[in-house]
Design a protein around this ligand. Structure first.
Ligand SMILES: *[C@@H]1O[C@H](CO)[C@@H](O)[C@H](O)[C@H]1NC(C)=O
Ligand SMILES: *[C@@H]1O[C@H](CO)[C@@H](O)[C@H](O)[C@H]1NC(C)=O
Length: 477
């Protein structure tokens, strides 16, 4: 999940054969940059010539705009002499698309020496912009010039960074993004949601949103604006059902159309449930919002400041182990929260915090406990009416005041143990209980052995009564 697409290919013509490994990625920190690395290997013992065309660039250059030869004398451009293309085209709704890039080879023919690998990079920058002042020709011309020079600048900067740095920036950015995440114990019950599906959907969503915080071209003021949004979660997923129970929301198909549709559904439901600040913050915010949505986590604010975070889920729904990693609590504090069903089938909360001035308390609003990097456990209490099962705040005073506000009809008690049949359904896919595999193996062996003795008995009875003639007759006929 580092944002790379890798293709392996074997190309064969009558007498020749080459292998191709293509790594393709849309750069995480450089907007609009598509990097294509192709390694051609010629396993045969004669030199081979192949012709290469890059559809996007060549069709753009010939069909939509004149080729402009871009001169680049930077040292990083090892393949100087390869052909450059840049073109702009107005799409419907006044969207101007500008593309700049470099082809693999100048002539379209590549020489592959025997038993050698040839590595080639291609960089393409895409830039979309909505044209204002349609009809005004001089404005249009100016916009086109601006966008073209912007693209050229982006390609040059990428060339300057060099291919290994580009690769590293990209994979590191993905790695940083994945510092926050969600994992859940595998369930075999039908229609249940597992980590692999959640992670791949998260990956599709994050691939669709840019990150102002990681984008190398963001200005300092854009970065600080994004941070402000990130620290103001507002009512994101406040009093809403957690999405873990809607498995269809997470099952996104594999076609591009299905992915686009699935991602759109997710983003519009985040918007609908009050997470617009997180969306405006970019990829980091969207990830936080989706994590909150999964588990029924939400923040409460007062006077424009976050006062506490709460974990709102019905104790009866806690029949699987799951873990939130690095949930951002406003500024620079990150929380890890896990639900663990212990041996007595009771769910227990494990909470740790990267800062040492945060407090946590259970649904019964017992005396707040200071959180730290060491995991602190909290019992899951059942209240009437149902309230959150965990409150976290950087103000002990605030948690103390909550105890006065939140009135329980009855004294909160420890939530009952989870139904063992539900637990068995997750573990085994059915509710017949969790007999270990060895039991079934022994049972099968017993049955086989029993039948074996049974057959042996019948067999010897038969032989005795027939005095063996039966077999002799069979053997002769
Ligand atoms: C999903 O992602 C989480 C957190 O990023 C990770 O801990 C977990 O191992 C991943 N699970 C799978 C099945 O990929
Ligand atoms: C949260 O979990 C992550 C991943 O396991 C770990 O790297 C980090 O140190 C934890 N943070 C806290 C505050 O426990």
């Amino acid at each position: 999940m580092n944002g790379l697409l890798i293709f392996l290919n074997l190309l064969q013509s009558l007498a020749n054969c080459i292998t191709l490994k293509e790594t393709l990625y849309v750069h995480r920190t450089r907007p609009g940059l598509l990097v294509q690395e192709v390694s051609f290997y010629n396993p045969t013992d004669k030199n081979i010539e192949v012709s290469v065309t890059q559809d996007i660039l060549s069709s753009w250059a010939t069909e939509h705009s004149p080729i402009e030869h871009m001169k680049d004398n930077s040292e990083a451009d090892a393949d100087s002499g390869t052909k450059w293309h840049i073109g702009s085209k107005t799409l419907s709704k006044q969207v101007l698309l500008t593309v700049a890039g470099r082809e693999f080879s100048r002539t379209g023919i590549m020489e592959l020496p025997a038993k050698k690998t040839v590595l080639r990079h291609s960089l393409t920058v895409f830039d979309y912009t909505v044209m204002e002042n349609k009809g005004d020709k001089s404005v249009t011309q100016k916009t086109i010039r601006d966008r073209k020079s912007r693209c050229v600048k982006a390609v040059k900067s990428a060339l300057h960074a060099g291919s290994s740095d580009l690769y590293e920036q990209h994979t590191l950015a993905w790695h940083q993004l994945w510092q926050s995440g969600f994992a859940i114990s595998d369930s075999k019950a039908p229609d249940s949601l597992n980590s692999d599906v959640i992670n791949s959907t998260l990956y599709y969503i994050l691939s669709h949103v840019s990150s102002t915080l990681q984008d190398l071209t963001s200005s300092p003021s854009e970065v600080s604006q994004a941070m402000t949004y990130l620290n103001k979660p507002r009512a994101c997923y406040h009093n809403s059902h957690h999405t873990l129970q809607f498995s269809s929301l997470w099952q996104i198909g594999e076609t591009v159309e299905a992915m686009n549709k699935g991602v759109d559904t997710h983003l519009s439901s985040l918007e609908h449930y009050g997470c617009s600040n997180y969306i405006k913050a970019g990829a980091e915010g969207v990830l936080q919002a989706v994590l909150l949505s999964l588990g029924g986590l939400s923040f409460r604010e007062s006077n424009d400041k976050v006062v506490h975070m709460e974990f709102n889920v019905d104790p009866a729904d806690l029949h699987r182990d799951y873990q939130f990693t690095n949930i951002r609590y406003a500024d620079k504090t990150f929380l890890n929260i896990s639900v663990i069903v212990d041996e007595s089938n009771h769910a227990v909360l494990h909470v740790s915090s990267s800062a040492d001035n945060f407090y946590g308390t259970d649904a019964g609003l017992a005396e707040p406990v200071l959180l730290s990097q060491k995991t602190q456990t909290f019992p899951v209490k059942l209240t009437k009416p149902l309230t959150a099962i965990l409150y976290v705040s950087d103000s002990k005073k605030h948690l103390d005041s909550l105890r006065k506000i939140v009135q329980h009809v009855e004294v909160p008690v420890l939530a009952p143990a989870q139904d063992h049949r539900v637990l068995a359904r997750h573990k085994h896919g059915h509710s017949y209980g969790g007999l270990p595999a060895i039991f079934w193996v022994i049972l099968a062996l017993l049955i086989v052995t029993f039948h074996f003795f049974l057959f042996k008995m019948i067999f010897s009875e038969l032989c005795k009564s027939d005095s063996g003639h039966y077999y002799r007759r069979r053997a002769l006929s």
